[in-house]
Design a protein. Sequence first.
Length: 217
Amino acid sequence: MKFFIDTANLDQIKEANDLGILDGVTTNPSLMAKEGIKGQEAVFNHYKTICEMVNGDISAEVIATEFNAIVEEGKKLAAIHKNIVVKVPMIKDGVKAIKWFTDNGIRTNCTLVFSAGQAILAAKAGAAYISPFIGRIDDSGWDGMLLIEQLSHIFQVQGYTSEILAASIRSPNHIIRCAEAGADVVTSPLESILGLLKHPLTDIGLAKFLEDAKKSA
Ligand code: G3P
């Protein structure tokens, strides 16, 4: 399972990248706004900086919601760097645009996916990545992990080549369960990635080893 970080914060991207386990980055307009990045030029420059920092796929989301406008914006985003993957929302014009991008050699990430039906449409259109939002499904009283399991099964049975990119991750346990359920990629905030490191018995064990090492020093 590949690890992407879900942020536009350069310090956090650097920290995850320095760990040596980072395979890519996902962003969205909310994450850009959180970093105070305003205007198309600043947003495009920010994507360029991220592409220069991380050797992996970088999802850059379109703001447009109408087919021709999505295509025009997506072409500009794809021209920023070879690793840009154009993130397109799961709407009717979005599906149409994903098919256009697929036919024209531009890779896409279909975002805001909440059901198997939506994921099947995105896979048929040729999306490179499909992003089910598991945390937001949990927030609405359903079980987001069931969708990952269902997609993993459907994609295997049907031989779909799109990668299941589990998004809206809220905890280290989400990451572990995504690995178990067969997600191809998980995109996570830094906190949940670092949470995987933690175990009290590791801390207790290390303290004891270091204490004992002093005795034989
Ligand atoms: O990048 C999309 C997704 O990961 C959003 O997560 O936490 O806003 O539901 P969240």
